[in-house]
Ligand binder design. Structure first.
Ligand code: ZN
Length: 229
């Protein structure tokens, strides 16, 4: 998978944690491969059973995480625990700020509460990954926060509103949301260039510009320690 990504000019891979356990697996992955990174996160759907063990994890891991996430609010499925989700998000935001790390946010059908929470953490920086809400909500996120917006394969087969290029990060969001023309198979980083190509056509900007700008945005946010050629 890494080789296929490199062949397609995707040179860095961030392996996203969505629970305490798989964050540790992501850390192992990042330790074993060059130009790969990991994040420490607990997905909002796991908020009610999340235990507060992450601070120790950050200090004892073989390599530091590149970001906190994914964390956030998700009110899509019945039975979600709003109080627990907000509480966990606040804790994770504080953890990110204490460690000077950016945050990968997962927000679904919960933008009003999300913007209310992050307003209390003005130092937080990050990306709202896989944005999938209205034009109005996008405008509000762009205007009231400095966050980047994660654009993935979903954009290639839907009518989602697009942020300006200076706020876009390209993302895989594997194994889901495989971009056109690879719909129906497992998504992986090698397909990220399909999103860049789609954006190039959609925005009327050269592919080279899309690649350069989105890479620069990612470098600004994540502060990668490795250099890639
Ligand atoms: Zn997510």
């Amino acid at each position: 998978m890494i080789e296929r990504a490199h062949k397609n000019n995707v040179k860095r891979i961030i392996c996203i944690g969505t629970s305490h356990e798989d964050s540790l697996k992501a850390a192992e992955f990042a330790k074993e491969h060059s130009n790969t990174y990991w994040t420490y996160g607990i997905h909002p759907e796991g908020a009610s059973s999340a235990s507060i063990i992450f601070e120790n994890t950050l200090n004892t891991s073989p390599v530091k995480p590149i970001a906190i996430g994914e964390v956030g609010l998700d009110y899509h499925y019945d039975g979600y625990d709003k109080t627990a989700q907000i509480h966990l998000l606040e804790q994770m935001l504080q953890l990110a700020i204490d460690n000077d790390l950016p945050v990968s946010f997962h927000v679904r059908e919960a933008f009003d509460d999300f913007l209310g929470v992050v307003a209390n953490f003005p130092k937080a920086r990050g990306v709202v990954h896989s944005f999938s809400d209205s034009k109005k909500k996008l405008k509000k996120v762009l205007e009231t926060t400095g966050f980047y917006i994660g654009v993935n394969g979903l954009a290639t087969y839907s009518t989602l509103p697009l942020p300006p290029l200076e706020r876009i990060l390209l993302e895989t969001d594997a194994p889901f949301l495989t971009p056109t023309p690879f719909r129906g198979i497992i998504n992986e980083p090698a397909y990220v260039p399909c999103i860049a190509e789609w954006l190039s056509k959609k925005m009327g900007v050269s592919l080279e510009t899309i690649e350069k700008e989105t890479t620069r945005n990612a470098e600004k946010l994540f502060n990668f320690s490795d250099t890639v050629v």
